[in-house]
Design a binder for this molecule. Structure first.
Ligand SMILES: [Zn+2]
Length: 202
């Protein structure tokens, strides 16, 4: 998969190896900055091996354009494919850590002001019980459709990712049937020209 097969496998081992290097040669894989295991301000904190499968992302140091691998903090799983966009690596990691996530309902982001508690109650009701405590992602409808950035630690509870809602092209991915659009009280407020409106019409 890489030219660095002598490196350890898995996000935790690779990142500890990366930290141990005085001179970091081009191409060494490490956890991407701000993603789980390499949070800003905690870059040298003890890297606790998770007790469960939790998604993160590896990047290849010094390589441009960037290359990413999906990875797991709870085991040595890494995506077989290298990705050019960090989102695709994060999505692959969630296929490993949280199967079924692609079928979850898309919701509006947490309101910047107003009834955040009501929003949280609705979102929690729309997602599987205990989902966010297990580090599961939330799928949000971004105001800017070009915004495809995965946001680590931004799901309710601060463990999981906030992922941009899947565009229609992902609808062909085999998955369990998505819940009825009317099942979530959050979706009818969706503007009519968004990707999800087209998903519903399909
Ligand atoms: Zn795992």
């Amino acid at each position: 998969m890489t030219d660095h097969d002598h490196e350890p496998r898995g996000a935790v081992a690779r990142h500890l190896h990366y930290r141990s290097l005085t001179h970091r040669p081009t191409g060494v894989w490490a956890i991407y900055i701000t993603h789980p295991g390499n949070v800003l301000g905690q870059a040298h904190a003890p890297l606790i091996r998770a007790e469960e499968h939790l998604p993160t992302v590896l990047f290849q140091s010094g390589v441009s354009p960037r290359r990413f691998l999906g990875a797991c903090l709870g085991c040595t799983w890494e995506s077989e494919q290298e990705f050019a966009h960090v989102l695709l690596a994060v999505e692959a990691a969630h296929d490993h850590t949280h199967p079924g996530w692609r079928a979850l309902p898309a919701v509006h982001p947490r309101p910047k002001s107003g009834p955040a508690k009501r929003w949280l109650n609705q979102v929690t009701a729309a997602y599987p019980a205990g989902w966010f405590a297990r580090g599961g992602p939330i799928l949000t409808i971004r105001a800017d459709r070009a915004d495809r950035m995965p946001l680590p630690h931004r799901a309710p509870g601060g463990r999981g990712y906030d992922l941009p809602a899947l565009p229609p092209v992902h609808a062909s991915v085999p998955a369990t049937p998505a819940p009825s659009p009317t099942a979530s009280p959050l979706i009818p407020a969706l503007e009519g020209r968004t990707p999800h409106a087209r998903l519903h019409a399909a």
